[in-house]
Design a binder for this molecule. Structure first.
Ligand SMILES: NC(=O)c1ccc[n+]([C@@H]2O[C@H](COP(=O)([O-])OP(=O)(O)OC[C@H]3O[C@@H](n4cnc5c(N)ncnc54)[C@H](O)[C@@H]3O)[C@@H](O)[C@H]2O)c1
Length: 361
């Protein structure tokens, strides 16, 4: 029988060769479905470092790179996302963009509109949806295994990202630990619990040392309460969660579960280009995310995240910043276009049917 030819690798151009660009580039090395064609960065040495193992070209002209690819992978500082999404969309290329989608809602709206107008997919890298622990927690809640969720405690702490003077130190550019880093948990909460009702928070920020820290409380109309700890004051990266429901408890701490962990800090992190944790034993969630994006771009999968959902994560992160700044309890306005699926509470009501279908035990 004649063999069906494998589809040609998707030709990807990497825009941005910093920390997360290096993580994506490393993932592409393990993905036969992708050919990294070229890298574009203001710093050619960084671009060269990532291009070399792929035999890819370094481009000093973004337009030229965009001409040669099927998709653009945007790993640039957050305030540059919009301009680069627009350029890729105008060139008719699919877009994979790191989170947050934009620093403002106006940027998010313009990015979404540009991709809609050009009829190109826009996929945003909310990678926590691809961490097995966090997707397992979501499944546990949606299947009603611990009843109605009552209290969700999520922690995500890391050292100050980037060397002194990097764009992360400019609050207007990065939004600090809440906007840049806790947005992962905010997206997961929106994805799993639906749209919250209120947000309250306290925090502090020392711009000179980039010591940035916040404790945020979020409530849902059904009664659940989440407590987020977000910090850029720690030595190294750490995440954990604890979720209590009417019928049980789920707990996770990355320091308890990884058999082998690699998490360089300080100078070593700068040298390796990594402040995200990795395990040499497990498939990188970044690779799983990029594989999913490739499948979506090829029409083989429905996107796990829509651009509107990525916008809603930005909206919630901005509300959290307002709450921390004003020390007021902020009520979220009604959803712009009620894009959210039912929250865990409603899913818990369907527990028996769902469990019967998915867990025959
Ligand atoms: N999903 C995740 O876990 C995760 C982790 C880290 C960062 N991020 C996001 O990824 C994005 C990039 O973050 P990073 O940590 O890689 O930043 P970084 O500072 O390490 O890298 C940014 C790169 O962009 C280049 N650059 C800056 N301005 C440029 C310009 N005008 N033209 C061309 N190149 C330019 C820099 O030279 C640098 O190489 C941010 O939006 C950040 O929030 C996501």
């Amino acid at each position: 029988m004649a063999k069906t030819a494998a589809p040609k690798p998707l030709r990807v151009g990497l825009l941005g060769a910093g920390m997360i660009g290096a993580t994506h580039s490393a993932a592409y090395l393990n993905m036969p479905t992708v050919k990294l064609v070229g890298v574009w960065d203001a710093d050619p040495a960084r671009a060269e470092r990532l291009a070399k193992p792929h035999g890819a070209k370094v481009f000093d002209d973004r337009a030229k790179l965009l001409k040669e690819v099927d998709a653009a992978d945007i790993c640039l500082p957050t305030t540059l996302h919009l301009e680069n999404i627009k350029a890729a969309a105008a060139a008719g290329k699919g877009v994979i963009c790191e989170k947050p989608l934009g620093r403002t809602l106006a940027d998010c709206d313009a990015a979404i509109a540009a991709c809609k107008k050009a009829k190109v997919p826009l996929l945003v890298g909310h990678v926590v949806r691809f961490f097995p622990e966090y997707s397992a927690l979501r499944e546990t809640l949606l299947n009603g295994k611990i009843g109605e969720p009552a209290m969700l405690r999520l922690r995500r702490v890391v050292c100050a990202p980037g060397p002194r003077g990097a764009w992360y130190w400019d609050f207007a550019a990065s939004g600090g630990c809440v906007f840049d880093t806790a947005i992962h948990d905010l997206d997961w909460l929106l994805w799993t619990m639906g749209r919250p009702k209120t947000v309250y928070g306290v925090g502090r920020r020392d711009a000179d040392s980039l010591q940035d820290l916040a404790l945020i409380t979020i409530t849902w109309p059904e009664g659940a309460i989440a407590h987020l700890e977000s910090s850029w004051c720690h030595d190294s990266f750490a995440t954990s969660f604890e979720v209590a429901g009417s019928e049980g408890l789920v707990e996770y701490d990355m320091y308890d579960s990884a058999a082998v962990r690699v998490a360089p800090t300080g100078q070593a992190a700068a040298a390796s280009g990594k402040t995200v944790p990795e395990s040499p034993l497990a498939k990188s969630p970044y690779q799983a995310e990029l594989e999913h994006f490739v499948a979506v771009l090829r029409g083989e999968a429905q996107p796990i995240i829509t651009p509107e959902e990525a916008r809603e994560a930005v909206e919630l992160a901005l509300v959290c910043l307002d709450a921390v700044r004003t020390r007021a309890v902020i009520e979220l306005p009604a959803a712009k276009n009620a894009a959210r699926k039912p929250a865990a509470k409603q899913a818990a009501g369907k527990k028996k049917a769902a469990l019967g279908a998915r867990h025959p035990e």
